[in-house]
Design a protein around this ligand. Sequence first.
Ligand SMILES: C[S@@+](CC[C@H](N)C(=O)[O-])C[C@H]1O[C@@H](n2cnc3c(N)ncnc32)[C@H](O)[C@@H]1O
Ligand SMILES: [Zn+2]
Length: 139
Amino acid sequence: MARSQKPLPKIARRKSNIAGWGVFAAEDISKNTRIIDYAGELIHNSVSEEREERYLAEGCIWVFRVNRNWSRDANVGGNIARFINHSCTPNCWFEVVDKTIWIRAGRNIRRGEELTYDYSIIGDRTMPCRCRPGCPNMI
Ligand SMILES: C[S@@+](CC[C@H](N)C(=O)[O-])C[C@H]1O[C@@H](n2cnc3c(N)ncnc32)[C@H](O)[C@@H]1O
Ligand SMILES: [Zn+2]
C-alpha cells in the first residue's frame, strides 16, 4: 500500500539580510520536517570541480557534494532550494537519501524566518561569512 505523504511546507524566496536572495518559511515548520530537496543536475565528481571553480569565479556556490562520486549542480535544473543561504547557527540541516539531498528543519521554525543550513561541511571554505554582524568564519 502506498504511504500517504504530507505535503511539503510552504516556503518563499525573498531578499535576505545575509546575501542576495534567501528562502523563508511561509508557515510554521516543525523540527525535522523535510522542507525541500536540493534539486540540480547529477554530475560526476570528476567534472564537479571545474564547474565549482567557474561558478565561484562568478561569486556563487551552486554545487552540492552528494557523496564520494556524485554532486548536484543547482545551476542546472535547480529549484528554490538553491537560494537557501549559509549560517553558522543554522535552523536547517541536510540529509542525503540515495542521491536526493533533503533540507530538513533543525528545530521548530516560525513563519517568516529565513531558512539556513551550514555549507561549511560540504566543501572548501572560500568566502567570508555574513550570517550575522561580525561573523568571524569563512564558508
Ligand atoms: C546557493 S547561493 C544562495 C543564494 C544567494 N543568496 C543568491 O542570491 O543567489 C550561495 C551564495 O550565496 C551567498 N551566501 C550564502 N550564504 C552566505 C553567507 N552566510 N555569507 C555570505 N554570503 C553568503 C554566497 O555568494 C554564496 O556563494
Ligand atoms: Zn557565519
